[in-house]
Write a protein that binds this ligand. Structure first.
Ligand code: NIG
Ligand code: FE
Length: 421
């Protein structure tokens, strides 16, 4: 048994009502001053004020007592949206972006996603594995204890399976809990540009059944966008995916309003991600179907989409007013967001979206856990949940989030195991 005591602030991020912390609960993440917690094996067994915890749990029961004086304790971060398995670098292409070319135009000129697809197809399974493993290790040191990973840079049955096998290997070896998502519907590959219906057929009739039969993904995602698939095509993919048993996620309204949020609501997707062009009716549908929105401010930073910022500030206000839950993720990928740090994502949301400290913290923990259907296991510091915990060198949560940058994490505890950083 491990007892951690005397934390200057223990921030639990527990759900205030059942479900994510949305609406009026969004700005509260339950702070216990001079907090303590008890971990037994992989799980948290008690949380409270240090004096109460020490009165209940005798010191002699503990194999380790950790004094967290002058530190804060947070739940591990949950990154619910990444494209972490890929090969090659888009650094050269970024030069063109710096000169003013748009993300869309780069993609249309066989760059963008197509470039990374070419590199990823050429890479061996081992190359992909070792690069992704390294990324996950860096993410872990930055406090990310649960990560969703999408395929989507293969776009042939063989190459998508290759990526999904890498994700399966990562699941067995990484410190984090990994959630696997099939994104064969990322974009129509170059060889099918003049026959997109054949690619759609390939996804529906070949890829989905094999991925499901081999148990390689829990979720099916679609990039519903002018650069990806129409709302009608998304519906066709979702129908078959749902019939097979996949849960659903979606890239919605990213480069234009394209109907993805409405499809997400109709198909009860686990979350609607990006949402750069969300309108009032979409917010209504998401509210009705209780679907969390996942915002990805790393994309705004990397693609320098400053003009979208006022729009996002308005959308965030509307989302909060509608009681729709909001989560944040990195969208880690080589093109639109080579960002691995959830702390940086929170820093950006604070400034770009004018979200409060507590809102940011709920959005990277408990609400992100809900967006992945993992809230009964992770996302908050509560008895019965997995002991995924950060010990941070800061006097308050506000101080930690106030300074942009990675902050100073002393320990990342994963399933009860303390990792010194
Ligand atoms: O989430 N939107 C589609 N996919 C990624 C970007 C992929 C890329 O540029 O390689 C995203 O932004
Ligand atoms: Fe994405």
């Amino acid at each position: 048994m491990l007892i951690i005591k005397n934390a200057h602030e223990l921030v639990t991020c527990r759900s205030l009502e059942s479900g994510p912390n949305a609406g009026k609960n969004f700005s509260t993440c339950s702070v216990i001053k001079n907090g303590a917690l008890v971990v037994d094996g992989e799980k948290i067994v008690a949380v409270g004020k240090t004096e109460n915890i020490l009165a209940r749990f005798k010191k002699k029961w503990a194999s380790r007592i950790f004094d967290a004086s002058g530190k804060i304790i947070l739940p591990g971060f949950i990154d619910s949206h990444t494209h972490l398995v890929f090969a090659g670098s888009r650094a050269e292409e970024y030069r063109l972006k710096l000169k003013g070319q748009s993300y869309k135009s780069l993609h249309k000129k066989k760059g963008g996603i197509h470039f990374t697809v070419g590199e990823t197809r050429r890479a061996s399974e081992d190359e992909l594995f070792f690069q992704a493993k390294d990324t996950l290790e860096r993410m872990f040191r930055l406090g990310t204890t649960t990560v969703e990973i999408k395929s989507g840079y293969g776009l042939t049955p063989e190459d998508e399976l290759k990526i999904l096998r890498v994700i399966k290997r990562l699941k067995k070896t990484a410190k984090q809990d990994i959630v696997a998502t099939f994104l064969g519907a990322h974009t129509v590959p170059l060889e099918y540009q003049n026959n997109r219906s054949a690619y759609l057929k390939l996804i529906i009739e070949k890829m989905l059944p094999v991925v499901w039969a081999k148990d390689l993904a829990e979720y099916c995602d679609v990039f519903c966008d002018p650069l990806g698939f129409t709302a009608g095509e998304t519906t066709a993919i979702f129908s078959e995916a749902r019939r097979l048993g996949f849960k659903l996620r979606i890239h919605a309204e990213q480069t234009a309003h394209f109907g993805g949020a409405a499809v997400a609501a109709r198909y009860k997707a686990a979350s609607a991600d990006h949402c750069d062009f969300l309108n009032d009716s979409d917010i209504g549908y998401l509210k009705k179907s209780r679907i969390p929105v996942v915002l990805l401010p790393g994309v705004l930073l990397h693609l320098m989409e400053w003009k979208k910022i006022p729009y996002f500030q308005e959308t965030v206000k509307k989302i909060k007013k509608a009681d729709v839950a909001l989560a944040l993720a990195t969208d880690y990928n080589p093109g639109s967001s080579p960002v691995i740090s959830m702390k940086l994502v929170a820093d950006l949301a604070l400034r770009f979206f004018r979200m409060d400290y507590q809102e940011c913290l709920n959005a990277v923990t408990i609400n992100a856990a809900y967006a992945l259907n993992r809230a009964s296991e992770v996302g908050s510091i509560e008895p019965g949940k997995q002991a995924d915990i950060l010990i941070v060198d800061a006097l308050s949560m506000k101080d930690y989030f106030h300074g942009p940058g990675d902050g100073k994490i002393d320990y990342v505890i994963k399933k009860g195991l303390m990792n010194k950083i």
